[in-house]
Each structure stands twice: as structure tokens, then as C-alpha cells.
Design a protein around this ligand. Structure first.
Ligand code: PGA
Length: 263
């Protein structure tokens, strides 16, 4: 399998949105679009990451979508198991509720919630140990890019977790490259810059594990229907992590279609 034959992933990161009624409508609208024109599971994995209190409702609501829609947690505890940890949701509790996917390392968690490499490492370790698939987010700031450090920063973020990933667990990791300056700003990395970073990530991961050759590498940062086609055409861009545009069913569907059509 070469990078271009990797089944793409399109995952909607709903962040701290929307209210219940709107979330219900969003799910219904997406199901309707999929019923009218199904996107084959073999052509694209599709997932959504709602707020934690909506995970189970959303999961149940997609049961009759006619295809699998993955329900992805936006976060997990850095503490494993169960116990007296008020407010926390562990990897095991997610797994126990059949939530099998989780985002780790999103720049909003790193920056706003001061998640350090140690915390992120613990989260990745517990998620993989519990049998979850991790969508691991990496990305540089504008300042780091302007200083020519983008690749070094991103590869370091991958090295940060390498010591806690067992050899056979790499197949349960998907990497999402999200330049911080492109998140929620309307600015997207050019397809050339995004592809160059993705190729560097693939090379870097492949030096650690053979799974790097077949790992899905998603791009994130202001992905929308207008730029999805050209991003999807890049050989090492195997999907998208979509924030704002995933709150609109039609936009999200079109992005999934763009990736499904080109791979
Ligand atoms: P955006 O967010 O698509 O709104 O830029 C992407 C993300 O943060 O995952």
C-alpha cells in the first residue's frame, strides 16, 4: 500500500459547540446528505468529535446512517482507570462506552489548557493501552514558521510521544498536522507547503516505525469545500480534521466527498 492508497479520514472537530438542538439538527442533516448520496466506507472514514456530554447521543443518532460514522472524543484524562478524579474521563471509561477514537495534542489544549509534552505523552499512552485509536495533533505557530522552525517543531512533537508508543501500537495512530496560524483564521497552508510538511512527517515517522508508510496524515486548519479538492489531491494528505466547516452538514459532507473522490 502506498501513501496514495491510504483510505482517507475526514473528522469534524466540533470543539465547544453547538447547543443540543443544533447538534441534533446537524446530525440529521448529515444523515440526509449521506442517504441521498452515500460515501462508501472504503472511500473515506468519516467521524465527528462532539462535546463529551453529547458523545453517546451522537453515537446513537448515527446508528442508522447507512454507514459507519466514527464518534471521537475531543480529550481524555491524563490519569488512567477509575478513581477519585473529579471532572475527568479516562481512556477506559471512553472504551467502556464504545468510544474508540480520541483527539490528543490539539493546539487549543496545548496553549489554552497548558498541556505539556508530559501530559500529552500520558494521554497517548493511556489511550493506546485502553485500545483507543489516537488522532494526534501537531503543528507550529506563525512565529516558528517564520523562523524556519516549522518542521523541527512538528517532528519534535512526534518524538515527544514516540517513547510511550509500543511497536505494534503505531497502527492505532493517525496524525493531524494543523499549523496553529491556520486554525479558525480562514488562512490555509498552501497545498505545496502542507504536502511538504506531510512528506516530512511521513519520512520522520517511517524512521521510527514501518507503519509510517501507511499512516493516515490529516491536514487541519480552515479546511472548507473551496480548498478541500486541492488539499485532497496531495499524495501525503490523507484526510482532514475540520473545525468550523464541520458545524455545517453540507460543507462537511462536501469535504468528505472531495477526499473520497480523489483517493
Ligand atoms: P478550523 O479548525 O477548521 O476551524 O480551522 C480545525 C481544528 O482546530 O481542528
Amino acid at each position: 500500500m502506498s501513501a496514495s492508497t491510504i483510505t482517507p479520514w475526514v473528522v469534524g472537530n466540533w470543539k465547544m459547540n453547538p447547543m443540543q438542538a443544533d447538534a441534533g439538527q446537524l446530525v440529521q442533516n448529515l444523515k440526509k446528505l449521506l442517504q441521498d448520496q452515500i460515501i462508501a466506507e472504503s472511500a473515506c472514514h468519516i467521524g465527528v468529535a462532539p462535546v463529551s456530554i453529547a458523545l453517546l447521543n451522537v453515537q446513537a443518532a448515527f446508528k442508522d446512517a447507512g454507514r459507519q460514522i466514527l464518534t471521537v472524543a475531543q480529550d481524555l484524562s491524563r490519569i488512567a482507570g477509575t478513581g477519585a478524579y473529579t471532572g475527568e474521563v479516562s481512556a477506559e471509561l471512553l472504551k467502556d462506552s464504545q468510544i474508540n477514537f480520541v483527539l490528543v495534542g490539539h493546539s487549543e489544549r496545548r496553549e489554552i489548557f497548558a498541556e505539556t509534552a508530559d501530559i500529552i505523552q500520558a494521554k497517548v499512552k493511556h489511550a493506546l493501552t485502553a485500545g483507543l485509536t489516537v488522532i494526534y495533533c501537531v503543528g507550529e505557530s506563525l512565529e516558528q514558521r517564520e523562523n524556519g522552525q516549522a518542521e523541527q517543531v512538528v517532528l519534535q512533537q512526534i518524538c515527544d510521544i514516540a517513547s510511550v508508543v509500543e511497536a505494534e501500537q503505531w497502527v492505532n495512530i493517525v496524525i493531524a498536522y494543523e499549523p496553529i496560524w491556520a486554525i479558525g483564521t480562514g488562512k490555509t497552508a498552501s497545498p505545496e507547503d502542507a504536502q511538504a510538511m506531510h512528506a516530512a512527517i511521513r519520512l520522520g515517522v517511517s524512521q521510527i516505525t514501518p507503519a509510517g508508510q501507511t499512516m493516515a496524515l490529516l491536514y487541519g486548519g480552515s479546511v472548507k469545500p473551496e480548498n478541500a479538492v486541492e488539499l485532497a489531491a496531495c499524495p501525503d494528505i490523507n484526510g482532514a480534521l475540520v473545525g468550523g466547516a464541520s458545524l455545517n452538514a453540507e460543507s462537511f459532507y462536501k469535504i468528505a466527498q472531495a477526499f473520497a473522490n480523489t483517493k
